[in-house]
Ligand binder design. Structure first.
Ligand code: NAD
Length: 314
């Protein structure tokens, strides 16, 4: 187990991303998804991440059902503020209602972490002066043990973490075989401040797997093409790109937990085995030689929140 910053919460190095339970990556076998949750707990994976956005509440409902009777063994993180592809509401009123709705679906009276979901879609001043104070009140009420921010735009995440005492920061697709810019500012900041750092999407939202990316993958087509070539190289060498990618991501010293989306017990096993996997020492560098020329993250959210455009409004 690893400490989640200064929260006093201990999380497993491999975390269970529950967005696939909401069918974000296509239809799933619901019973199998629940069995994957149970087996995860039995095999030492205690950290589960969901959101009302995933499957428009389906992921929270299914995770809540699967954790019934097992809640005390799990560390549960959910989110607020994002409810659809274009449906964001960062008002204090909506956030305050949102946690109660999430607790109902998750069949619990508290979550371990409540995140503001995808901050780059919001207004920085509203987040700092209205939304995060509402999350802090939720923490004071005991409905969340810790609060955090999630997103893709690293400069905004770091700026918010400097300006407001969040406990946790979650970013995705920023530390993997192709892209490693989490180290530029966010990881050192979290280390200095005792903020729990979570790295999500180590498989680059499915791109670094033999199954390939979902149709909605926002990455540059050149990056996705390079990922296919990397998969072919791994197969030629008798290895699996997903295992090489997991092995790589799991080694980051500042990351408390690496969140991978899981649909089945088989995926769970493969990802747990990656913790101990012996990878041909030359292979990660050879794979990176293919990926890194295309290893730039895409942009999302409001233009003023993009990394390139972001100016600290002090
Ligand atoms: P990911 O990189 O973890 O890829 C998930 C895909 O890979 C799924 O299709 C999954 O079934 C498949 N997969 C998993 N293990 C595999 C294996 N061993 N072999 C082959 N395929 C495998 O992407 P993700 O699911 O987007 O990210 C992980 C989790 O992180 C999410 O479920 C979510 O909980 C969290 N997340 C949060 C945010 C946010 O807060 N803004 C953004 C992205 C992800």
């Amino acid at each position: 187990m690893s400490p989640l910053g200064n929260t006093g919460i201990e999380v497993s190095p491999l975390g269970f991303g529950a967005s696939p339970l909401g069918e974000e990556f296509g239809p799933i076998d619901v019973g199998e998804g629940a069995r994957a949750v149970h087996e995860a707990l039995d095999r030492g994976v205690n950290f589960f991440d969901t959101s009302p956005f995933y499957g428009r509440t389906l992921s929270e409902k299914r995770l809540g059902e699967a954790l019934e009777g097992r809640r005390d063994r799990a560390v549960v993180a959910t989110k607020c503020g994002r409810y659809g592809q274009e449906d964001f509401d960062f008002s204090a009123e909506r956030i305050t209602r949102s946690i109660d709705e999430s607790l109902g679906r998750l069949r619990t009276d508290y979550v371990d972490v409540l995140h503001l979901h995808d901050v780059e879609f919001g207004d920085r001043d509203q987040i700092l002066y209205e939304t995060l104070p509402a999350l802090a009140r939720i923490k004071e009420s005991g409905k969340a043990r810790a609060i955090g921010v999630t997103g893709l735009q690293l400069e905004l995440l770091a700026d918010l973490a400097e300006a407001f005492p969040v406990d946790v920061v979650l970013t995705y697709a920023r530390y993997n075989l192709a892209i490693q810019d989490i180290d530029a500012r966010l990881a050192p900041l979290c280390r200095e401040r005792g903020i729990g750092l979570i790295n999500a999407s180590p498989l680059l939202l499915g791109a670094l797997t033999d199954g390939g990316p979902p149709s909605w993958h926002p990455g540059d087509p050149e990056l996705l093409l390079a990922a296919r070539r990397a998969g072919a190289l791994c197969r030629e060498r008798g290895a699996s790109l997903a295992v090489v990618a997991m092995r790589f991501a799991l080694d980051h010293a500042d990351v408390a937990s690496t969140l991978v989306g899981i649909r089945t017990r088989e995926e769970l096993s493969q990802n747990l085995e990656a913790l101990q996997a012996e990878v041909d020492p030359d292979l990660p560098a050879d794979v990176q030689a293919i990926l890194r020329p295309h290893g730039t993250a895409w942009t999302t959210g409001r233009p003023e929140n993009h990394d390139a455009a972001f100016v600290r409004a002090l």
